[in-house]
Design a protein around this ligand. Structure first.
Ligand SMILES: *Cc1c(COP(=O)(O)O)cnc(C)c1O
Length: 394
């Protein structure tokens, strides 16, 4: 049987998949079974932050895998404790972390912290969480309900938990808040929703209002976290101090890990929350290495250089193709180009793939770029050369 046949027969059909058999990856370049190369402007949807086949991360994982991979959270785990310490240092916030295994699970943890805060801190019960339209917070029953996209709240999976509503704009949140509202959860750059950053002043105003009214601000940094926007957290860039921050995608460099960082360190007590795999030796050793690599990469100026180079090439590509693209959006190495219609976007992504460059879709009309943060200039050049060739014929 071919890979396609086995996959279709034995794996549940929940993804609209491309059938290519990638065999090898080096930084931002992937090779299929015929040794055809592809420039990867997706990094596995913002995950492989330090590139494919990163030697340092691989060595750290190998060394750990040959020793202890997992002991459960009934015992202290040295790399988990050290990763918690490093996340506090890199974030610059006075936080402690709970470790989960994915973005959705990190958001579940954030919501649990908020709910308990609402239950224990006030005379009345506060449990409502307000999110925003076009947000994306995950695929579990709760996080899908928190996600501000009506077409994801299908009756097929109902009933959903109570206490979630979403507003069109940040400015609408003020009116939606009532005395049962415990938290507002937002992304600072909506990733899945269309690579849409919010205005800094608007976010700062909201953060200030929430603080004054004792309502928690949860920032979902599952996609924006771990240097994606140029700073360790987008919250650093926006100069706000959220109560809870969630991370996942880029943090493990390909190893599943989620994290809930909060300044409210004493809300959850032993037994309130937990995870079998969360923060085990294997994933925290990987994430420690990823964070150490990226901290150096940021401090020596290489990250900013990569961002500027990518941006320059992207803007060049955009200005050469204004008949197709209407707007350039995003921050850092989280970028998008708005396309007039969805059909053209689908065509571009398909043809780009055939021409050896991987790109993503966001929302209904955005071509999305999430390259590895360590992408080389040569790979950026080649990727945009191939994209240029792709759109020539559209
Ligand atoms: C990807 C994503 C999630 C969900 O993460 P999973 O690891 O797929 O559960 C949640 N929030 C944001 C902002 C994301 O981009």
């Amino acid at each position: 049987m071919t890979l396609e046949e086995i996959d279709k027969e034995y794996v549940l059909n929940t993804y609209a998949r491309n059938y290519v058999n990638f065999k090898k990856g080096v930084n931002a370049t992937l090779y299929d079974e015929n040794e055809k190369d592809y420039i990867d402007f997706t990094s596995g949807i913002g995950v492989v932050s330090v590139g494919h086949g990163n030697e340092q991360v691989a060595d750290a994982i190998c060394k750990q895998a040959k020793n202890i991979t997992h002991i459960s959270n009934l015992y202290a785990i040295e790399p988990q404790a050290k990763l918690g310490q490093l996340l506090t240092k890199l974030s610059g916030y006075d936080v402690a972390t709970f470790f989960a295994n994915s973005g959705a699970e990190a958001n579940e943890g954030a919501i649990k912290i908020a709910r308990k805060y609402g239950e224990t801190k006030f005379d009345n019960k506060r449990y409502k969480v307000i999110t925003l339209e076009h947000s994306f917070h995950g695929r579990t029953i709760t996080t899908v309900k928190a996600t501000g996209q009506k077409d994801m709240h299908k009756d097929d999976f109902a009933p959903y938990p109570d206490g979630f509503s979403f507003d069109k704009k940040i400015n609408d949140i003020y009116e939606s808040i009532d005395d049962e509202t415990v938290a507002v959860m937002i992304e600072l750059v909506q990733g899945e929703g269309g690579v849409q950053p919010f205005e800094k002043s608007e976010v700062q105003k909201l953060a200030k209002f929430l603080k004054e009214n004792d309502i928690l601000l949860i920032v979902d940094e599952v996609q924006t976290g771990c240097f994606r926007t140029g700073e360790f957290l987008a919250s650093n860039l926006y100069e706000i101090k959220p109560d809870i921050i969630t991370m996942a995608k880029g943090l493990g460099g390909g190893v599943p890990i989620g994290a809930v960082l909060t300044t409210h360190k004493d809300i959850l007590k032993a037994g309130d929350h937990g995870s079998t795999f969360g923060g085990n030796f294997l994933c925290t050793v990987a994430a420690l290495e990823v964070c150490n690599i990226l901290e150096k990469y940021k401090n020596n100026g290489a990250l900013d250089e990569a961002i500027i180079y990518f941006e320059t090439k992207l803007e060049e590509f955009y200005s050469n193709n204004k008949n197709i693209f209407t707007q350039s959006v995003g921050l850092g190495l989280m970028r998008g180009l708005r396309v007039n219609d969805a059909d053209t976007l689908a065509t571009i992504i398909k043809k780009a793939f055939e021409n050896g460059v991987l790109v993503l879709k966001a929302g209904k009309n955005t071509l999305r770029f999430l390259p590895p943060l360590t992408i080389s200039k040569k790979e950026i050049d080649e990727g945009f050369k191939r994209l240029g060739k792709t759109v020539e014929k559209i």
